[in-house]
Ligand binder design. Structure first.
Ligand SMILES: Cc1cc2nc3c(=O)[nH]c(=O)nc-3n(C[C@H](O)[C@H](O)[C@H](O)COP(=O)(O)OP(=O)(O)OC[C@H]3O[C@@H](n4cnc5c(N)ncnc54)[C@H](O)[C@@H]3O)c2cc1C
Length: 379
């Protein structure tokens, strides 16, 4: 296989697709290469929750707002259903409600409301919210069914944007203007490498310099309950995991209380996100286990911790009908990075659990900057 393109993208996860869309929409001839015939990694294992509220304030929050708008546009073009909108963040404890009050006092609170339990119950009457001290209701989010949407986005890219997806091939290395794969060499003026949590195959030194490791998460699908959730639901433990909340003044007091009252959940990185699919079933998670080689096993105790938090917020959990794990690239040094690793070869990795929420904006930014600068021509 030898072919010539303006842009080659390694990786058909959401980060790779984001770069490919930005390049194709600039009128360029784009090829996407992946070792799999369809996305099977983090990008189909997630909640499909495009989260704005709670993202880190300086950089990720604006990126998420832009990415949400691109998602809405892509969803309309690719005929992807927006399954849910918004967010209900239930503060079970007064200390959590205090964090939400802090949040509402920032610019990030714009468009959000802080409700009492009675107001929340009146608004979403059929949802059996257990007692909460307060609830933040955000209108900013949207949710797609990731396992269906990733294929729909790729098909739209192929048939409407003219993006070429190669047969499955492993990328062994990249040089300026050349992608060397297990099936031959592909020539492209500019190359974007978006390998997700594949830390060791391509640019392991750059990955190491950015402190990239892996994060393993456990996920559950529950049978359809009797109610419909208008919006995804989160709770106190999530206020510690999302920097847009955890950096606020009241967060330390909440963290101390959670460490004391829910020590096992905190140790396992358990928090609650509950979203609902078109068929009524619920996707519920998750947990966070960090390390380069996470074990591949699903631990019942962790699932029990997730379900315990679900029941504290939404009452009796329906039966579990599916379980899976997912892994994403993670780093404590930055939420994402891009680096020109060779002339015209750019490595981009989202190193936090917010790739579905930010990749479209990151791809747009990285591709725009790279294509303005890169003057390499295919030899
Ligand atoms: C359980 C779970 C829940 C999550 N929930 C959310 C959420 O609700 N909202 C949110 O914003 N984010 C969420 N995330 C995070 C989000 O899913 C990730 O940040 C994002 O999917 C990462 O996308 P990616 O393209 O970098 O990686 P991936 O989707 O893993 O794609 C990487 C691709 O690169 C390919 N590849 C790598 N190396 C090579 C090579 N050498 N040759 C060929 N192909 C290669 C792989 O085959 C793979 O297809 C969640 C993650 C998980 C695991």
């Amino acid at each position: 296989m030898t072919d010539t393109f303006d842009v080659a993208v390694v990786g058909r996860g959401i980060v790779g697709l984001a770069h490919a869309i930005a390049a194709a929409r600039s009128g360029l001839r784009v090829v996407v290469i992946d070792r799999m015939a369809r996305a099977t990694g983090a990008s189909i294992r997630n909640f499909g929750f495009v989260t704005v509220t709670g993202q880190e304030r300086q950089e990720m929050w604006p990126l998420a707002k832009r990415a949400r708008d691109i998602w809405a546009d892509v969803a309309a073009h690719a005929e992807i259903k927006i399954v849910q909108t918004g967010l209900v963040m239930c503060a079970r404890r007064p200390a959590a409600a205090a964090v939400l009050e802090d949040f509402m006092a920032t610019e990030m609170g714009e468009g959000c409301e802080l409700l009492t339990h009675a107001q929340l119950a009146a608004r979403h009457g059929e949802v059996p919210y257990q007692h909460c001290a307060a609830a933040l209701v955000s209108p900013h989010e949207l949710r797609i069914e990731a396992r269906e949407a990733m294929g729909a986005v790729a098909r739209w890219m192929q048939y409407e944007l003219g993006v070429h997806f190669t047969d499955p091939a492993s990328v062994i290395g990249c040089e300026p203007c050349r992608v060397i794969t297990s099936a031959g060499t592909i020539k492209a003026e500019t190359i974007f490498v978006c390998p997700g949590d594949d830390l060791n195959a391509l640019y392991p030194d750059v990955m190491a310099a950015h402190g990239v490791t892996r994060c393993k998460l456990q996920m559950l699908r529950l049978a359809a309950p009797a109610f419909r959730l208008p919006s995804p639901v989160m709770s106190d433990l999530g206020l510690m995991r999302y920097e847009g909340y955890s950096a606020l003044p009241g967060a330390d007091a909440l963290a101390a209380q959670l460490h004391s009252e829910q020590a096992d959940a905190v140790a396992a990185g358990v928090h609650l996100i509950a979203v609902q699919s078109a068929d009524g079933s619920l996707v519920v998670g998750d947990s966070h286990d960090y390390g380069d080689s996470p074990d591949p096993f699903l631990h019942e105790k962790i699932d029990a911790g997730i379900l315990e938090e679900f029941e504290a917020v939404l009452g009796q959990a329906p039966p579990t009908i599916e379980r899976w794990m997912g892994v994403y690239a993670s780093s404590s040094q930055q939420n994402w990075f891009t680096k020109e690793v060779d002339p015209g070869v750019h490595l981009t990795v989202v190193t936090c659990g917010a790739g579905m929420s930010t990749a479209f904006a990151i791809g747009e930014r990285v591709v725009g900057a790279a294509l303005n600068r890169n003057v390499m021509k295919v030899a």
